[in-house]
Design a protein around this ligand. Structure first.
Ligand code: NDP
Length: 340
């Protein structure tokens, strides 16, 4: 069954091009034939900018293999053509991860076509706009919170550190942890974000440098009950060395470094845990559960406050800013079809 609604012959997309060492972007008109085969055609209302999208847009190795390409690992919109009776035309859906925006045209286009297995029905309690303020960053912060809770970290255990706190994942992690009643220490190198981080619920802000320098000592003072780390490298090592007995850190990012040079003492002397977080291939039952909780009991109160809205024409500058570490909070991409 295809099409209770017709899609326009053309739609706009932010395209990344790469030839040899040279890469550039343009906002272009595309047609139906530029979309791959798939069960669902979605009229995208909102997307968002993630660090990975910036890597894809600039042709950095390890993300997108084939150019020209439409980045955007996040999309939320309305199904306009469907071959899946469970998600008929008119369904509101969130599509993130898998190959979306990596090697299939992503949410920086006004239309996507994807397998039905990638779509999460928009849960009650979220608008399409809110879903994309959260986006992959919110899903990742939610998976990290879930991992910490499953590992027995509860409010009252002691302070939890969020690193890269002013970024997309970081700012949402601060808001989620604080909303659950945890004492949150925000580690940040962005002075202009300190006030926002305190408003989101951080009890204090730690300068990024305090955890960020390599330290040869096998263990550091036992201080934190855990944390959510978005930067990796020496910061993650120092955080692990600073945990209290049976503390845990959920690790999801590498903006400082993908390296992890350390010994096993935090694990074998303090019973600490390092919890790996991957949103891209997170299985559907867990994905739906986290989205349901993000729409309900976990829903952060300050979503609009940590958001800057842009259109496709402003994406190129926003890509430079996120790669340079100059982005605070979330960058929401609004398409022409957005109604709220
Ligand atoms: P952002 O760019 O929005 O946030 C990263 C933050 O890290 C910055 O805002 C800054 O915060 C801090 N930072 C920047 N440069 C450095 C540096 N050199 N050293 C230490 N800190 C730095 O990115 P996202 O929030 O979108 O992503 C964060 C990380 O998480 C990325 O590595 C991304 O690939 C990863 N990620 C992983 C996912 C997964 O499933 N595992 C899913 C989503 C993201 P401040 O100034 O406050 O210190």
């Amino acid at each position: 069954m295809r099409g209770q609604e017709t899609s326009p012959e053309t739609f706009r997309a932010f395209r990344a091009f790469k030839e040899g060492e040279r890469s550039w972007t343009e906002v272009v008109e595309l047609g139906e034939n530029d979309l791959p085969d798939g069960d669902l055609t979605v009229r995208v209302h909102y997307s968002s900018l993630n660090y990975k999208d910036a890597l894809s847009a600039r042709g950095r190795p390890g993300v997108t293999r084939h150019y020209p390409h439409t980045p955007g690992i996040d999309a939320a919109g309305v199904v306009i053509e469907s071959s899946d009776p469970a998600l008929p035309a008119g369904s509101e859906v969130i599509v993130t991860s898998y190959e979306l925006g990596v090697d299939l045209p992503g949410g920086f286009g006004e239309r996507i076509r994807v397998p039905a297995a990638w779509a999460v029905p928009l849960p009650n309690g979220l608008t399409l706009r809110e879903a994309m303020i959260l986006g992959t960053a919110g899903l990742t912060a939610g998976l990290a919170l879930d991992a910490l809770e499953r590992n027995g970290v509860v409010p009252g255990d002691g302070p939890l550190v969020v690193t890269g706190a002013s970024g997309g994942v970081g700012s949402l992690a601060v808001a989620l942890l604080a909303g659950r009643g945890h004492e949150v220490v925000a580690s940040s190198g962005t002075r202009e974000a300190h006030e926002l981080l305190l408003r989101l619920g951080a009890s204090r802000v730690l300068d990024r440098g305090e955890l960020g320098e390599s330290n040869e000592r096998p263990l550091l003072k036992s201080t934190y009950a855990g944390g959510i780390d978005t930067v990796g490298g020496a910061t993650l090592v120092n955080l692990l060395k600073s945990l209290r007995y049976r503390g845990a850190v959920a690790a999801c990012g590498l903006v400082q470094s993908p390296d992890l040079r350390m010994n096993v003492f935090p694990f074998i002397l303090r019973g600490n845990s390092l919890l790996g977080i991957d949103s891209a291939n997170c299985q559907m039952p867990m994905r739906r559960e986290v989205w349901t909780r993000l729409a309900g009991e976990w829903k952060p109160a300050h979503l609009e406050e940590l958001t800057r809205e842009i259109g496709l024409g402003e994406l190129d500058d926003a890509v430079d800013a996120i790669l340079a570490g100059r982005t605070i909070g979330r960058v929401l991409v609004r398409h022409r079809d957005a109604v709220d």
